[in-house]
Design a protein around this ligand. Structure first.
Ligand code: BMX
Ligand code: ZN
Length: 324
């Protein structure tokens, strides 16, 4: 019994064959070429799946399901990509179209929602019925599981925590609103803040670190902070503060057991997470009087996309298997 997990990102589509025990038998990827009707994505996925099945010496009949994680508004029930602004596609009945070609059941979900489910089955939220998964990457995605149930809102158009406003009339977000959490606490936002500081002080240590790296990335300010640069310290402190603000807002509504941080920024390590947790513990509603929420790094890391997507298809009795 095997599953295929597919992670559609803005630049790459990654796929992997996954066993019910989260072993990955083989992976592959193709560039994301998004056209209006999604034809290239669909043909690319069909070819990628056949290649993976073939390379893993399996048959189509060994694959019990294909799960796909996609950024944007995903209607799981109708199997439609309702809207994905990064990919610039709308209203694509992707499940129906893929099923015609693959003859394998296909399930889809928002990327962060998939990762939340994956963390609960295979990752750092095993045994937890109340969790919030947050991905800090190009954008901010959130996956909310309450009492064991994934909250997606009507037609999958809810649970977009990245688009709650943390600063009225603040920075413009890709969604059109101003001041969204994503516009302050995604890796993209951190890069914007770092670039701004470098423009102001082109001869400082922060600029030197960026030059050495060859570009400004989400790591630049963290690296410069470690060598004692004041501008970098301010940026990182603000950034951590912004992340914490959003997490506290979510905790005040959902009060989960755990908040799991994934996405590229989670690679900044334990100290990064601890700094966020310190603010969160102090400022969540009720402080230490209310049940503690553990803030921790997500467990699936680089495989979160593939395992999360595959876990959409894995039956719930298997999900609770003690072996995990
Ligand atoms: C955006 C939104 C979310 C997504 C999140 C993380 C789109 C295309 N995306 O807020 O649905 O979960 O980004 O996406 O509307 P990532 O690309 O950073 O993983
Ligand atoms: Zn927004």
């Amino acid at each position: 019994m095997y599953y295929i997990g597919i992670d559609i990102g803005g630049t790459t589509i990654k796929a992997g064959i996954v066993s019910k025990y989260a072993e990955i038998l083989g992976t592959g990827s193709i560039p994301t070429i998004a056209d209006e009707k999604c034809d290239q994505i669909i043909t690319g996925i069909v070819k990628l799946c056949s290649k993976l099945i073939h390379d893993s010496h399996l048959f189509v009949s060994d694959i019990y399901g294909i799960g796909i994680g996609i950024p944007g508004t995903i209607d799981e029930k109708s199997g439609t990509i309702v809207y994905s602004n990064n990919l610039a596609i709308e209203n694509i009945p992707i499940v129906e179209r893929l099923k015609k070609h693959t003859h394998i059941p296909v399930l889809i979900g928002n990327d962060a929602n998939c990762a939340a489910v994956g963390e609960r089955i295979f990752g750092n939220a095993r045994g937890n019925d109340n969790i919030i998964f947050i991905t800090l990457g190009t954008g901010i995605g959130t996956g909310i599981i309450q009492d064991g149930k994934l909250l997606t809102g009507r037609c999958g158009a809810g649970a977009e925590g990245g688009h709650m406003v943390i600063s009225c009339d603040g920075e413009r977000c890709t969604c059109g609103r101003k001041g969204c959490w994503e516009a302050y606490a995604s890796a993209t936002a951190l890069i914007r803040m770092t670039k701004k500081a470098i423009e102001k002080n082109p001869n400082g240590k922060l600029a030197a670190v960026a030059k050495e790296e060859g570009k400004v990335s989400g790591r630049t300010a963290f690296k410069a902070e470690k060598i004692g640069d004041g501008d970098a310290t301010n940026i990182v402190n603000d950034y951590i503060r912004y992340i914490a603000e959003g997490i506290i807002n979510l905790i005040n509504i959902f009060r989960p057991e755990k908040v799991l941080i994934g996405g590229g920024m989670s690679n900044e390590g334990d100290h990064f997470i601890e700094r966020i947790e310190r603010i969160v513990m102090k400022e969540s509603y009720g402080g230490e009087r209310n049940p503690r929420v553990i803030v921790t790094k997500a467990g699936l890391l680089n495989n979160a996309g593939i395992l999360g997507a595959a876990s959409l298809c894995i039956p719930s009795d298997i999900k609770r298997d003690e072996e995990f």
